[in-house]
Design a protein around this ligand. Structure first.
Ligand SMILES: Cc1cc2nc3c(=O)[nH]c(=O)nc-3n(C[C@H](O)[C@H](O)[C@H](O)COP(=O)(O)O)c2cc1C
Length: 208
């Protein structure tokens, strides 16, 4: 058995283009892959309170926590434990104002800390997570890379690529579901366009 963590960053439920595409991937997974799904808009993620922000400073400086800081930090370590337990990752990520929805950013801020998800070693930063990732990017418009370079307005996939590098995930495969607002059938067409790629990516886990 292997574990897949599915982070869904759309609040749109079954209407969501990224969710529909991600479901095609999930449906094609080998039965040996166990899926944990986190709907980031429903997950009641902790707020970064002043206590939590102070706790992060202390953890970063290698200090131990006590009292309220220790109690609030427990929610962080719980999320980190779940994140690190996965062997594979699937993310459904709509583009919001050229970047990622704030709930995904909140999740990233909550789990990304030195000595929890990355370490600062002699060779620089080293990720403490491992595993391959598939990221479904849904976009109203078309932000395909041009001449091997990201679209200048795409702050979504370059940002996540940098973060995956920091925490140690790879290889990462981007699946683009684009032009979802181009007409009445646009979402269905965009999802259908990604279907073969998603099925083949899911089936490749059988040989991993
Ligand atoms: C708050 C918000 C901001 C958006 N910003 C952009 C944007 O900058 N560029 C774009 O192409 N589409 C934008 N869209 C459209 C979504 O990216 C598009 O509808 C996408 O398919 C939504 O994915 P989902 O159906 O999985 O939620 C935005 C939508 C919302 C709700």
């Amino acid at each position: 058995m292997s574990n897949l963590l599915y982070l869904n960053a759309s609040p749109r439920g079954e209407q969501s283009a990224s969710t529909q595409a991600a479901q095609l991937y999930l449906d094609a997974l080998p039965s040996s892959v166990q899926v944990t799904r986190v709907n980031l808009f429903e997950a009641q993620l902790p707020e970064f309170t002043p206590v939590l922000a102070e706790a992060k400073q202390q953890v970063t400086m290698g200090q131990s926590l006590s009292g309220d800081a220790k109690a609030e930090w427990a929610a962080i370590t719980q999320l980190v434990t779940q994140f690190l337990a996965a062997d594979h990752y699937l993310l459904a990520v709509p583009m919001w104002n050229f970047s990622v929805p704030y709930k995904l950013k909140q999740y990233i801020d909550l789990i990304t800390h030195p000595n929890l998800t990355f370490a600062m070693g002699e060779k620089g930063m080293q990720g403490l997570a491992s595993g391959n990732a598939v990221v479904v990017y849904s976009r109203g418009g078309d932000y395909s890379p041009k001449d091997g370079k990201p679209d200048p307005f795409d702050f979504q996939s370059p940002y996540l690529a940098a973060w995956f590098g920091l925490v140690g995930l790879g290889p990462v495969t981007d699946v683009l579901v684009q032009r979802t607002m181009a007409g009445p059938n646009a979402t269905a067409d965009a999802v259908a366009g990604a279907k073969d790629q998603l099925i083949s990516l899911a089936q490749s886990l059988a040989t991993n």
